[in-house]
Structure formats: structure tokens, C-alpha cells
Design a protein around this ligand. Structure first.
Ligand code: NAI
Ligand code: MG
Length: 491
């Protein structure tokens, strides 16, 4: 049933947006084809929203924020709605996993793992909604001063295609816990689970207009949403370039933003590390989701005495990796679209042409459809830290290895890109674990492990060009609210 469902799910469906609790086509009637990355075939369609659709959705979210039942709802009841949504996601988990997997090309087991994380986000923020509060502040004689944590108002969430359900959940969970309403624009390449989850939110009892979904292209719907005058806060996950454009758009109205952007995350492997424990993690950190992960571990820095041994082991493992259709559940699926496939392939070709040594290539399942967007994984060795492949985010199954000598060089190499999202440190030396974790510029550092951004409870976000603001955990609740200070003079 599982495989059958994942091939037929959503076949031929003309999906609708969800505005003010109602299914809504784009006002223009225009639609976008939904393509399966596994075979390149169109299997459904979504509305192509423009500025007028965005305006409708923002008005609905504004009305829900100012005047609807949501505006009077106690925090614990908002929390209960989030918890109920999490339970509905669990109940509909097979359908959601199949939908996500078909829409993005990710292996079905990754779709299932995404459902589990998604459910956990709503559970976590459901529990957190009534457990975050302000302070009372010692002030002058005759005064009482206190702070309230207030919602921003209408939040815009612009979501990418790599982990649509999970990224929506970390935005929506925190936004709703703090009492905001939300207009979400999922990526044109992966909107289906967002639409389905907004439907489930209605079923859970969320009032109309609290959770609006508009679908469409970034240049139309996304740009109109981020520049809309009646949006109070913008949160975005995606490419660094688009992040800059969205910040510029939000600056027209001087609105706050959370930016979760790209990465070129390093893992540092010292000679004393537990290599057997590290190897599968080093591979998974770049192969999970086909490397289309902002926090993918795309650079491995290896201390010289073990460089040969570790690179040989990694090459053996890379050579066995197979890209296969989403429902065949291979090591990785296809890339999300033709453009992404082209981008990854041209990074590989350019590195080969520049003479970077190819240690291993994985393969594409020979029975995979010809028109799918597959890329055979690539492992590059002894990479020059200044090389393009060492500096740019590839967003595909491409891993670069570097040799280093000593702790100082390791830290310097780790910090030698424009990015600073996640890092891994592998060593048994406790003092070194602390020293290196503190010196690496990254929003999350894993010691003797690598989370690829995981952990619902763990604050997540970037230094440098990887962005600013923090998502996940309790920290996200601060980003999704503003402090109001109230001072009583009773002297
Ligand atoms: P993108 O960053 O342009 O798209 C992400 C989201 O932003 C989508 O919903 C898109 O519709 C929207 N968007 C695009 N242009 C916009 C604009 N001007 N105003 C408002 N919204 C806009 O990413 P894209 O083009 O799909 O992928 C290109 C590269 O971005 C990838 O190769 C990868 O390197 C990176 N990327 C990084 C992600 C991450 O998690 N950090 C996620 C997706 C892509
Ligand atoms: Mg798709």
C-alpha cells in the first residue's frame, strides 16, 4: 500500500490555496504545474498567486489578528490547538509523508522522518505557548515596571522546498504559540504539504484567517508578500541572494526579519577521533535529502596523520551510494527540479575541469526514469580551500575533503567561508572539544555527532551570511514576539 499510495497520491489534483478558511484559486486563474522530480512528469497543479491574492490573504490575517476569536484566546488554548494539529499530523502521517516525498523527490523514509519532526514541533510549541512570559523589573522608588511579550501581529512566512513541512512547522509553531497570525507562501516546487497542513489546522479548530496559505512564484507572490505594508514581521528560509532581496523589501516598511540562509558547514576530524563512529555520520550529513539541506556537512577537514585512511574509507562508502526514485527509497532521491540538477552537475563538472581530484562517484539507479533529476554523488579530495567548490553552497550530494595540521589551522579552515551555520568537531580530547566549539563561528556546533540542523528544542540559525535571528526551541518564541515595557507610577 505504501508504495502504491506514494505513486498515486494527489494524481491529477488541482490544489487550492487556503484563504480565510476557504479553498481559493488565484484571482487570475493562473496555475503552476506540479512536477515529480523522480520522473519529470506533471501530476497536479497549484494556483499562481499575484499581488491581489496576497492582499486578500493579508487582509484576512489582519482581521483574524485584530478582531477574531484568536485575538481573545488565552495562551493555553492556542497551545491546545497546536497540540491537536500535531496529533492530526501524526494521524495523517502516511499521507503527508507520501505527498512530501512525491513533491520533492526525497526518499519516502525521509518523508516519514519529516512527519515525525513536524509533529514534534507542534507538540513542543503547543506545550510552550503558556510557559513563556515577561519580567518585573526593579526600578525607581514609587514605580513598578514590567514587560509583556506581545505578538508582532501578521507574520509572513516564506518557505523553501527542501524541508517544506518541517520548516513550516518551526515557523508556524512559534508564531502561533505567541499569538501571531500567519500568511505562508511555500515554494513553487513544493507547496502540497503546506496546503494539507493548513486544512488540518482548520480541522483542529484554528479560527479562519489565522493560517492563510498563498501559492505562487517567488518573484510574484513572494515579492508581493515581503513588501506588503500590512505585514508586521517576515521570516524566510532559503538562498542568501533571495534573503537579501526579502530584507530589502521588508525594509520599505522597516519590518523585522528572521533570515535562515545558506551554509558551507565543516566537520573537523582530529587524529584521536572515533573514526568508526564518525564515518557514517560524515556521509549522512551530506547525503541526507540529497545534500539539499542548509546545514549539510559539505566540508570535512581531516588531520593529516589520518587523512589517507579516512579519505579511503569515505571513498569506499561514496562509491556505493545510489540515487533512486523517491518511492524506491534509495540512499538519496533526485534533486528537486531541473535547475537544481543543472546547478549541482555544473559545480561537479567545473571542479573536475579545474583539476580537483575526484575520489569517488556514486551512481544513479539504472532503472530510474530517464527524465528524473538525478545526480550521482561526488567526493572531492585534497581540495584547495580557496576553490569554488570549497567556498560556494552546492546544495547537492557533493562533499569536499581538506587536510589540516593542528588545531589552529583546523579552526582557520572551518571559519574560512562566508557562512556560519553548523559545525561538527570529532575528538576525544575534552579540553579541545570546548576550545574548538567556542572558536568555530557557527550557530550550532555538534561534538562527536552531527545534527544537520536537527533537534526541535535546539536554537538554530546563522552567523555571517548564514543569516540572523534564531528558530527552534524557546529562542524562536522571542523572535516571534516583541517586548512591551509598562511602567506604573504609584508614588
Ligand atoms: P530561493 O531562496 O529563491 O527560494 C526560497 C523561497 O523564496 C521560495 O518560496 C521562493 O518562491 C521564494 N522567493 C524567491 N524569490 C523571492 C523574492 N524575490 N521575494 C520573495 N520570495 C522569493 O531558492 P531557489 O531559487 O529555489 O534555490 C536556489 C538555491 O537556494 C539553491 O540551490 C540553494 O543553494 C539555496 N536554497 C537554500 C535553502 C536553505 O534551506 N537554506 C533552501 C532552498 C534553496
Ligand atoms: Mg514538486
Amino acid at each position: 500500500m505504501g508504495q502504491h499510495l506514494s505513486r498515486t497520491v494527489a494524481e491529477g489534483r488541482a490544489f487550492m490555496q487556503l484563504i480565510n478558511g476557504q479553498p481559493a484559486d488565484a484571482l487570475s486563474g493562473e496555475r503552476i504545474d506540479v512536477v515529480s522530480p523522480s520522473d519529470g512528469k506533471v501530476f497536479a497543479s497549484i494556483p499562481a498567486a499575484g499581488a491581489a491574492d496576497i492582499d486578500r490573504a493579508v487582509k484576512s490575517s489582519r482581521e483574524a489578528f485584530e478582531n477574531g476569536p484568536w485575538s481573545r484566546m488565552p495562551a493555553f488554548e492556542r497551545g491546545r490547538l497546536l497540540t491537536r494539529l500535531g496529533l492530526l499530523i501524526e494521524k495523517n502521517g502516511d499521507e503527508l509523508a507520501a505527498l512530501e516525498s512525491r513533491d520533492t523527490g526525497k526518499p519516502i523514509r525521509q518523508g516519514k522522518a519529516d512527519v515525525t519532526s513536524t509533529m514534534r514541533y507542534y507538540e513542543f510549541y503547543g506545550g510552550a505557548a503558556d510557559k513563556i512570559h515577561g519580567d518585573t523589573i526593579p526600578f525607581l522608588d514609587g514605580y513598578t515596571a514590567l514587560t509583556l511579550r506581545e505578538p508582532h501581529g501578521v507574520v509572513a512566512g516564506i518557505i523553501p522546498w527542501n524541508y517544506p513541512m518541517q520548516i513550516l512547522a518551526r515557523v508556524a509553531g512559534a508564531a502561533f504559540a505567541m499569538g501571531n497570525t500567519l500568511v505562508v507562501k511555500p515554494a513553487e516546487d513544493a507547496s502540497l504539504t503546506t496546503i494539507r497542513i493548513a486544512e488540518l489546522a482548520l480541522e483542529a479548530g484554528f479560527p479562519e484567517g489565522v493560517f492563510n496559505v498563498v501559492t505562487g512564484y517567488g518573484r510574484d507572490a513572494g515579492a508581493a508578500l515581503s513588501a506588503h505594508r500590512d505585514i508586521d514581521y517576515v521570516t524566510f528560509t532559503g538562498s542568501t541572494m533571495t534573503g537579501t532581496a526579502i530584507q530589502q523589501a521588508a525594509a520599505i516598511n522597516n519590518r523585522g526579519v528572521t533570515m535562515e540562509l545558506g551554509g558551507k558547514s565543516p566537520q573537523i576530524v582530529f587524529a584521536d577521533a572515533d573514526i568508526e563512529k564518525a564515518l557514517p555520520v560524515l556521509v549522512n550529513a551530506i547525503i541526507q535529502n540529497g545534500g539539499q539541506t542548509c546545514s549539510a556537512g559539505s566540508r570535512v577537514l581531516i588531520e593529516k596523520p589520518i587523512y589517507e585512511a579516512v579519505s579511503t574509507e569515505l571513498a569506499a562508502r561514496f562509491g556505493k551510494l545510489v540515487a533512486a526514485p523517491h518511492d524506491a527509497d534509495g540512499d538519496l532521491g533526485p534533486m528537486v527540479n531541473k535547475k537544481q540538477q543543472g546547478q549541482v552537475k555544473s559545480f561537479i563538472a567545473a571542479a573536475e575541469e579545474a583539476g580537483v581530484s575526484v575520489l569517488a562517484r556514486g551512481s544513479v539507479d539504472p532503472s530510474a526514469p530517464q527524465n528524473g533529476f538525478y545526480v550521482a554523488p561526488a567526493l572531492f579530495g585534497s581540495v584547495d580551500p580557496k576553490a569554488n567548490i570549497a567556498q560556494q553552497e552546492v546544495f547537492g550530494p557533493v562533499l569536499s575533503l581538506f587536510a589540516f595540521e593542528g588545531e589552529e589551522e583546523a579552526v582557520r579552515l572551518a571559519n574560512s567561508t562566508d557562512y556560519g551555520l553548523v559545525a561538527g568537531v570529532w575528538t576525544k580530547d575534552g579540553a579541545r572539544q570546548h576550545r574548538v566549539a567556542k572558536k568555530v563561528r557557527a550557530g550550532q556546533v555538534f561534538v562527536n555527532g552531527y545534527g544537520a540542523g536537527g533537534g526541535i528544542e535546539l536554537p538554530f540559525g546563522g552567523f555571517k551570511k548564514s543569516g540572523h535571528g534564531r528558530e527552534k526551541g524557546f529562542e524562536a518564541l522571542y523572535d516571534m514576539s516583541a517586548t512591551k515595557t509598562i511602567v506604573f507610577n504609584h508614588g
